[in-house]
Design a binder for this molecule. Structure first.
Ligand code: EPZ
Length: 417
């Protein structure tokens, strides 16, 4: 089993470069099969989630060639085969192959997706969209069987502005007969990145990034070249690290607008930020003050930074609160922070943190991706050597996190035990 060991207390400085967005790449890779020709995508992060998707592409018969800067997907020989649990269970985003295969062939059979245990994470809104487009859905042996004689454009209202459902419906609708309108669509930057890929392939999508997306069906999609946007959650994680223990820590390859809800909250707490056009310099302030945060859909404060931010709030003077409105079980890091000395408690969907407290190193477990990121931040500021197990959750979503942290002065090592 892999563990991380972090000797806390170092001040981190220098420059760290943000990789391509995990939550964009995991949709762009399945979307590429909608093309009849080769698709090149650059700035794809090398993480276990993208590797799992390459396995599914190869299983379907696509050629996947990786070079230093990009991946080349040649989908012209793929077959519409049933995607087994051994492949679909590796990550939640495997469900994007449902929308892509349905959109390309009019049918798909795949076993239920996987994903972090931060909530029930149903896909009812995805399935509602597929049915609106004319598909019938059956569940059999933990698999979805989705079939449509003909996919026809429809008006689809999403009860919740779901990122996954918005993207999956776009994938299923790009080649449908007629026009599809998604109302109450998610507005995350990853949606825009996927819509841009599809339009580069010849799709006719307008409104991505707003709550109303219109997709006019086309008969075929061609190859193209596309780039993954910077990972705003990875960027936010390093900005929070800088706010906890940085000295002019420079974070490069960011889109400041994508992390504005975080930076404005950190400035409210007293963090000094120098914001450039595609980078940011962060220094820990001596006097930090407590703040109140509520997670929202974009452009609100992202749920994916709720757990990392809670570690920063242990260093702020006074009582801070974070209300988590997106997931029902995203506080599994709290008992471990408490074990490390934080004055932190949860009630209903709100976590209350009283600071500042000196965190003390301990042995803790990464229960999910962003809880793991939070525990790394805790280890960086704790006194002593923190040991984190179940690090595979962390390596799913942060490219070269050990190398990147070491390069800015962290004392962090990965060990097999
Ligand atoms: C994406 O998940 C991200 N994952 C999540 O990031 C992120 O937290 C989430 O969007 C919200 O921003 C990927 O992009 C791979 P949702 P997704 O559909 O699409 C409920 C990370 O840490 N819901 O917007 O699954 C759902 O239960 C991960 O990188 C339904 O009820 O998020 C949840 O409570 C974690 N029915 C809420 O909506 C549905 O059909 C948000 O889900 C779909 C979702």
């Amino acid at each position: 089993m892999k563990i991380l060991e972090i000797e806390g207390g170092n001040t981190l400085s220098g420059t760290v470069r943000v990789s391509g967005s995990k939550n964009s790449a995991v949709a762009l890779i399945p979307a590429a099969i909608l093309s009849d020709e080769e698709v090149t995508i650059c700035n794809v992060p090398e993480i276990t989630d993208t590797k799992a998707l390459y396995e599914i592409l190869k299983y379907l018969g696509a050629d996947v060639t990786k070079n230093s800067e990009s991946i080349v997907i040649e989908p012209s020989h793929i077959e519409n085969k049933e995607i087994p649990a051994r492949l679909s269970k590796k990550l939640r985003a495997s469900y994007y192959f449902m929308g892509a295969l349905l959109g390309k062939y009019g049918s798909v059979k795949m076993c239920f997706p996987g994903g972090c245990s931060i909530g029930a994470r149903p896909i009812n809104l995805h399935l509602k969209g597929f049915e609106a487009l004319g598909a019938t859905i059956k569940e059999e042996d933990n698999c979805y069987i989705v079939e449509a004689k003909e996919l026809c454009g429809a008006n689809i209202y999403l009860d919740f502005a779901s990122v996954g459902a918005t993207i999956n419906i776009m994938l299923a609708a790009v080649k449908a007969k007629g026009t599809t309108v998604i109302d109450n669509a998610a507005k995350e930057p990853e949606i825009v990145n996927v819509a841009t890929l599809l339009n580069n392939m010849g799709a006719k999508i307008t409104g991505a990034g707003t709550s109303t997306i219109k997709i006019r069906g086309v008969s075929s999609l061609k190859g193209c070249f596309h780039e993954v946007i910077p990972d705003r959650i990875e960027a936010g994680t390093y900005i929070i690290i800088g706010a906890c223990c940085g000295d002019h820590l420079k974070i490069e390859n960011i889109i400041p607008e994508h992390v504005e809800s975080l930076t404005s909250k950190l400035q409210e707490a007293g963090v000094k930020l120098e914001i450039g056009t595609d980078s940011m310099i962060v220094t820990r302030a001596d006097h930090l003050k407590a703040i109140q945060v509520k997670t929202q859909t974009y452009p609100g404060f992202p749920t994916d930074l709720q757990q990392p931010l809670s570690v920063f709030l242990t260093q702020c003077q006074g009582k801070s609160k974070i209300e988590e409105t997106i997931y029902e079980n995203r506080f599994m890091h709290v008992p471990y922070l408490h074990q490390m000395g934080a004055d932190i408690r949860t009630k209903n969907q709100t976590v209350t943190i009283i600071g500042p407290t000196q965190l003390i190193a301990d042995e803790v477990v990464a229960t999910d991706l962003r809880a793991g990121a939070a525990l790394i931040i805790a280890g960086l500021i704790a006194r002593g050597k923190t040991q984190i197990t179940s690090v595979e959750h962390i390596l799913r979503g942060y490219e070269q996190i050990i190398e990147k942290l070491t390069s800015i002065g962290a004392n962090i090592k990965e060990r097999e035990i």
